[in-house]
Design a protein around this ligand. Sequence first.
Ligand SMILES: [Zn+2]
Length: 381
Amino acid sequence: MVRRLQIQADIGNDGTPSKKRRKLEKLGENASTAFASQHAMEAFQPLHAELWWHDGNVIIAADQMSFKLHASVLERHSSVFSELLNDAQARHNPPELFEGCRVLRVDDKGVHLAELFRVLYDGGGCVLEASNIIYRAHSASCRGFFDWRKPIEFTDLRRITLVAIKYKVQHIIDEAVVRLEYLFPTSFDPDRLDSDFYIGVHEGHPVHCPEAANAIGVAALARAIDHENPPPFIVMALYRCTSFDAKTLLDLQSYDEQLASVDLSSCLGAITSLETAVRKVRGPVADALDKPMCSSKVCHSGMKSLVCEWIRSGMFSGPYPLSSCERGFRRHAEKHPNKKVCKSCEEGLIKAINERRRELFADLGKIFNISTWPAGIQAKV
Ligand SMILES: [Zn+2]
């Protein structure tokens, strides 16, 4: 209002009527542009403090945050942004502008897009605004998202990956897949299949899954990446999910991160088949009772004691048939130093058990109906 009154005052001091009209029109345009800019400024608040480049040429107006970025950077990394920017240009005539920059309005949360843009611009050195203490301790330098010395908590990785999926930023999706394959391996490694390998915070792990239930989120993320042909890390994530009993698994479906219905069905079916598999995988120990592997009476009595101990501690009945048995032998030897299985028999049994673990690992694709499972493909050949 103040500005319009000022316009009238300026006109009053001018010369000819035609000049007056032209000046009026010109000032009117300026005023409405200024008014629109002021209005747009309010609509864009708050502007992101760092992701507001002075030489940017496009404004992304998201939920509660706006960014002034470079169209070429967005187009380089994201085919979706590329299409949106071109589409917005074609449809809005004249295009919505702010400070001479095109404006693209999106409905994502600004904090989520900020994480994505930081990865695009600087590799994600400060990508995680969430409370990731370990990450912050290592975040002195840039390129954090692609630097494995900087672990990421799964919930943070999931959030960034979901935005990357929406905008088809392939190198971020690829990085998430590679990191998750470390915890949920796709090839047989007897030392990386224990139940406690992925839960918790372990030095050197590129992703931290503090809770057992994170396995559900990992399987769900695999489906979000490609529903029909999920990346193979989904198989070990589903295997981890079978450590829950059926009721817990169903209860956990009420949370944000849920198993796809096909995966829930596979897991419920697999709980029983994997319980049977435990007995089969560790069968060589029970078989050695009937057919002693050496002539030592001490070893044979040690074998009896070992089987009793394993039955008592649930080694023949619990979940996790793929877990190694070395600790089972070690625990027994410490507890019963006079009833030890001899070294040669122990090594032979561990080898036999590992062979059965390898066979079960290869069968997981069939158990969980995942055709992309590499072990499954090898088995067909
Ligand atoms: Zn022996």
